[in-house]
Design a protein around this ligand. Structure first.
Ligand code: HAM
Length: 421
């Protein structure tokens, strides 16, 4: 038997209702906050991701699903959505009428990471991106949106971690201080961090290996190296979060796995997911639009890990299993044909109707109706068809009434409440 690929998963009926409810809630929150949906391709030119996420990141170095297509062009299954949204914003000149644009997009991403709880090779993200606003209030709005959404989704106990990654003016000073610090602590670092300390030293800060964490406890803080503008913006960020009563933790070791970030960065973390504690992450990426060939416009955004969100949301789904409102138990060839017409018409009217397509006895059809949880059963045989009247049974009260076979749709709709015919 062919099994699915490691790190990939099926979302089955019974679970998928929660996914749908989360997506629906997210869309309604995005509507309230003035975000518009954008849909972008799942495959892009590899260069788009290597240029935006950064050649020295884990994602680009070892996690992307990259293929050459039949013409030999290098293409990649998207590991994230931001690069594509930026490409689209530039390609369609979406900034010409108004540089300020707010987009959201929901869909699958692909990273060939080591699978474990909360970490998959195909996973889903809910993304939000704001273009054209350089005020830190845009970052605050994103964090506020996340907190609002998580509260509507009954997500318990999340922590908002924030940091500033500085800008091209102040970050080099910090990078040098970090390199100096790392050169002294090198012996205590894991082999990945020894490599990272040369290629991408900031990434050492969030290594999860306990010995590295210990070695990095006394690391210099980027916040001590920020330039005047970055300090000012970070202060606006923290003051505004306080005004909105959003509690947060300033986390000097919070860096992100993608290179495009500047200034404000944030993560929403939870204790319920073991090692994969980030349910959402994001921040400002002011240089990316220009770096990808667009105008010099600022941008900020986030992505929620939808798989992780489903694992921690306490949302109660009322109609978890939508049971049929009516099951038509038909006996005989002619009645089956009629029952099928009725099922089609009832479904069209907005009534969940089912039938058995085989040649089963009445007893076994009633058993199936029960198993499906149908609230009513319409029983019709050749005799009922000739006489023009069939039995409608309420499965709860066991009461039965006769309804005319000439007006089944009207009668059933009236009884069960359907869209107007
Ligand atoms: P990211 O931190 O790489 O950021 O991913 C965002 C979220 O996606 C993570 O916090 C996590 O919940 C989820 N996630 C990431 N990898 C996996 C995985 N292998 N399995 C399950 N969930 C995962 C970004 O992707 C940025 N594009 C976010 C962003 C948007 N920044 C600005 N705009």
């Amino acid at each position: 038997m062919i099994q699915l690929i490691r790190g990939f998963k099926d979302v089955l009926p019974g679970e998928v209702e929660l996914w749908q409810a989360i997506e629906k809630t997210a869309i309604s929150v995005f509507d309230d906050f003035g975000f518009k949906e954008i849909r972008i391709p799942i495959i892009e030119k590899t260069e788009l991701f290597s240029r935006s996420i950064g050649d020295n990141t884990d994602i680009v170095e070892k996690e992307m699903y990259t293929f050459s297509d039949r013409k030999g062009d290098l293409i990649t299954l998207r590991p994230e959505a931001t690069a594509s949204v930026v490409r689209s914003y530039i390609q369609h000149k979406l900034y010409t009428s108004d540089p300020v644009q707010k987009f959201y997009t929901i869909g699958p991403m692909f990273r060939r990471e080591r699978p474990q709880q909360g970490r998959y090779r195909q996973f889903y993200q809910i993304n939000a991106e704001i273009f054209g606003i350089d005020s830190p209030l845009a970052d605050v709005q994103l964090i506020f949106l996340l907190v609002t959404l998580f509260s509507r989704l009954a997500v318990p106990d999340v922590e908002t971690h924030i940091n500033s990654l500085g800008c091209p003016i102040c970050r080099p000073g910090f990078k040098q201080a970090l390199i100096d610090f790392l050169s002294k602590t090198k012996v205590k670092l894991c082999s990945d961090c020894i490599r990272r300390s040369k290629q991408n030293p900031l990434r050492v800060l969030d290594c999860k290996v306990p010995s590295c964490r210990e070695a990095m406890a006394q690391t210099p803080s980027l916040l001590d190296f920020l330039c005047y503008e970055c300090v000012r913006d970070f202060k606006i960020l923290t003051d505004s979060l306080e005004h909105l009563n959003i509690s947060f933790i300033i986390d000097k070791r919070l860096v992100r796995g993608l290179d495009y970030y500047t200034r404000a960065t944030f993560e929403i973390q939870t204790g319920f997911l073991g090692a994969q504690s980030a349910v959402a992450g994001g921040g400002r990426y002011d240089g990316l639009v220009e770096a990808l060939g667009g105008p010099d416009l600022p941008a900020t955004g986030f992505a929620i890990g939808l798989d992780r969100l489903t694992e921690i949301s306490d949302l109660q789904i009322d109609d978890y299993h939508k049971t049929p409102q009516i099951f038509i138990a038909a006996l005989g060839q002619k009645s089956k044909g009629k029952a099928f017409e009725w099922v089609c018409s009832l479904n069209k009217t907005g009534i969940r109707a089912e039938m058995d397509f085989g040649e089963k006895s009445l007893k076994s059809q009633m058993k199936r109706a029960n198993k499906l949880g149908a609230s009513h059963v319409l029983i019709v045989g050749e005799k009922e068809l000739t006489e023009g009247s069939a039995v409608l049974r309420d499965m709860m009260t066991k009461k039965q009434v006769f309804i005319s076979t000439d007006a089944v749709i009207e009668n059933v709709s009236r009884k069960l409440g359907a869209l107007p015919l």
